[in-house]
Design a protein around this ligand. Structure first.
Ligand code: F6R
Length: 260
């Protein structure tokens, strides 16, 4: 695991976007795993800017999102399909058929999950998976106690996650309890992983992920076993790391080409 501590969210996001843009330049048919929520917003903003400047071409890229709320149609403003359209897809040249998000209105959840896994396989697997992290240590919507070998399936959100995500819904609107999410095992098969965490409310989950034991109680801690995972943080999210100075010095001593 590589821990990269940046002064703020903006510089952290620019770094993550530069890494994705480089991958897409080097491998035009790259398969990206994408996340929703607050953490990747500035990364998507920067990818859109790079695309407009002619520095990132998504014509042959394929994407798979981590998760979707069950029961929300793609047109619902809080659905993750809608989120991705608004913040990334409609601003870049990715063919809509190349974008995959679990189907929130499916009537056969096990079959939809099986097909999602199959589609990832057929695309050749995920080259780079972008992740956020829940305040409870979840990745995707794999809440604490999720099997670390799990595949795409239905999950129930914790009270905490429902509360954290209430901000994306209208006041008084019900936050769905059930979701379809890639499993921890699915995520771990990505060839590279970039996890973003910003703000003091992520500091505890980040410290448990990076410096705690590997445990299903903190699903993100399994990233310690991934051969190519980068954890990109702002200073606040790094606030509870014991070895922060070591991580800073390792990153600072790298040549520029190795920093992304
Ligand atoms: C989103 C996802 C979640 C979020 C996490 C952090 O697709 O899978 O794991 O990444 O809940 O959310 P934010 O970034 O809103 O703090």
């Amino acid at each position: 695991m590589e821990i990269i501590i940046q002064p703020d969210r903006e510089s952290a996001s620019l770094l993550a976007a530069a890494k994705i843009a480089r991958l897409v330049r080097e491998k035009p048919h790259a398969v990206l795993g994408l996340a929703t929520g607050g953490s990747p917003l500035d990364v998507y903003g920067e990818l859109v800017r790079l695309h407009r400047e002619g520095r990132a071409d998504f014509a042959y890229v394929t994407t798979f999102n981590l998760d979707e709320y069950l029961g929300l149609p793609g047109a619902h403003p809080a659905s993750y399909r809608h989120f991705m359209q608004e913040h990334l897809f409609r601003h870049i040249n990715i063919p809509s058929g190349n974008t995959h998000i679990p189907e929130g209105l499916t009537e056969d959840v096990p079959e939809a999950c099986k097909q999602y896994e199959e589609a990832i396989r057929q695309a050749g697997g995920i080259d780079l998976q972008l992740l956020g992290i829940g305040t409870d240590g979840h990745i995707g919507f794999n809440e604490p106690s999720s099997s670390l070998a799990s595949r795409t399936r239905i999950k129930s959100l914790t009270e905490q996650t429902q509360q954290d995500n209430r901000r994306f819904f209208q006041p008084g609107e019900h936050v769905p309890r059930h979701v379809i999410t890639m499993g921890v095992g699915t995520i771990m098969e990505a060839r590279e992983i970039v996890l973003l965490a910003f703000g003091a409310n992520k500091a505890e989950a980040v410290a448990a992920t990076v410096e705690g034991p590997i445990t299903a109680s903190v699903p993100a801690s399994i990233l310690q076993m991934h051969p190519a995972a980068k954890i990109i943080l702002d200073e606040e999210a790094a606030g509870e790391l014991k070895r922060a100075d070591y991580y800073r010095s390792v990153f600072a001593s790298k040549p520029a080409w190795q920093q992304i």
